[in-house]
Write a protein that binds this ligand. Structure first.
Ligand SMILES: Nc1ncnc2c1ncn2[C@@H]1O[C@H](COP(=O)(O)OP(=O)(O)OP(=O)(O)O)[C@@H](O)[C@H]1O
Length: 393
């Protein structure tokens, strides 16, 4: 993947709307390789759609460079219009012409290209039929949009974007209007189709599971910045910041205070073996406060009538239970556990965490309850010794 030529290069792209005090996209830099599928993931308003629109040419940035398929399409002295950029765009609401048949919708852009002499006229019908076949709508050519389901309409929109065979397809929340079954099926199919024709794609989503499931890389955005861009595995296992960790994994965070070689929290003492990558904090030997990240699936639960954690709620999710756990300081933690072992609301439990699953993030020294205590290497309190035994391999 890394050796393939870049289809898209963004350098330091910044866009600030009028009457807005902060940029919607702030110095975004990324390169997309040929055949690669990138997800733009982030909370509402973080700039995902604006970034996509900048690539398409629907918005002009104040600063930065955009290269598409080896050609500069945006710089201080160069601007290529959306029609002249080789990108296909699929919108959330399909944006089909209601008075045109499926075939005419798909052929619409191709006919314009033929009029401008960009493609030969006989190519129009050929490319349109190929695209319709590619998205599995052969036989539906003469139907109108109102005669199609939402999923079928989105396929037409996809066929229209794919028909001219652009090297890059942009998809703005393409599945969000579809019900869950169609959504799961179609997102896999879009991925397969793009792979089949070797096109690159960027799709916007605020659904972390969707981003991780179908993309080759994920760009997590926050307040206009690309906070981290990497493979789904790396984003999940090695989030670069607490924001990425929280948004992508929905992990638990507990304030921790350095104690000896390890870290003390209200749910126990964690020695170094519990922690997967603690370079971030360990690099700063003087850091006394941190936040410990525990993923929901890594928070193991064990029955313990004297335990300080209490089951507050249990949700049945089919393959697993999701528990809400109340800590002594009334903090809520979430755990996902197999259905083989079932706890009831009110049960007292203790946490059992597998070695190497925790991560540390720089923490605030202002956390109450922990940092009021002396920071010297005090012995581990008896109540937590039990936990530390569970954490140690
Ligand atoms: N045309 C516009 N004029 C002024 N501000 C805009 C315009 N379009 C977007 N914004 C602002 O820019 C910021 C980024 O918006 P954008 O639509 O890119 O976010 P998003 O991440 O796609 O959000 P969502 O997931 O809700 O669609 C927001 O604060 C939004 O209000």
């Amino acid at each position: 993947m890394q050796s393939a030529p870049a289809v898209l290069c963004l350098q330091q792209i910044t866009k600030q709307f009028e009457r807005s005090s902060v940029p919607a996209v702030n110095e975004a830099t990324l390169a997309l390789q040929q055949g690669e599928l990138l997800a733009l993931l982030g909370p509402s308003g973080c700039g995902k759609t604006t970034l996509l629109r900048l690539v398409a040419g629907f918005e002009k940035p104040q600063a930065g460079l955009i290269d598409l398929a080896g050609k500069q399409v945006c710089s201080d002295c160069r601007w290529v219009t959306p029609e002249q950029r080789s990108v296909g765009v699929v919108f959330q609401d399909y944006a089909l012409f209601p008075h045109l048949s499926v075939l005419d919708n798909v052929a619409f852009g191709l006919k314009q290209q033929a009029r401008q002499g960009e493609i030969a006229k006989p190519q129009v019908q050929k490319l349109a039929h190929e695209a319709i076949q590619l998205v599995g709508l052969k036989g539906f050519e003469q139907r109108y949009p109102h005669e199609l389901s939402g999923g079928q309409q989105q396929r037409v929109a996809l066929a229209r974007a794919l028909a001219p065979r652009p090297p890059l397809i942009l998809l703005d929340e393409p599945f969000s209007n579809l019900d869950v079954q169609v959504r799961l099926y179609l997102r896999q199919e879009v991925r397969n189709i793009l792979r089949q024709i070797g096109a690159s794609g960027i799709f916007v989503t605020h659904d972390q599971e969707e981003a991780l499931a179908i993309s080759d890389r994920v760009a997590v955005m926050r307040q206009g910045h690309i906070e981290q861009i990497d493979t789904p595995e790396t984003i999940y296992q090695q989030p670069a910041s607490r924001f990425v960790a929280e948004f992508v994994t929905q992990a638990n965070f507990i304030p921790a205070r350095r104690q000896g070689a390890g870290w003390q929290t209200e749910i126990g003492y964690f020695d170094p073996s519990a922690i997967s990558r603690w370079q971030k904090v360990a690099a700063n030997d003087r850091a006394v406060a941190a936040e410990l990240m525990i993923r929901q699936e890594d928070l193991g639960l064990e029955s313990d009538p004297t335990g300080e954690l209490v089951v507050r709620d249990r949700q049945f999710l089919g393959r697993e239970y999701k528990y809400s756990i109340l800590t002594p300081s009334a903090r809520l933690l979430y755990a996902r556990a197999s259905t083989h072992q079932r706890f009831s609301v009110g049960d007292r439990i203790r946490a059992a965490i597998s070695p190497g699953t925790l991560r540390l993030f720089p923490g605030s020294a202002a956390d109450p309850g922990l940092l009021d205590e002396p920071l010297a290497d005090a012995p581990i309190p008896t109540a937590t010794a039990q936990f530390s035994a569970a954490f140690r391999p």
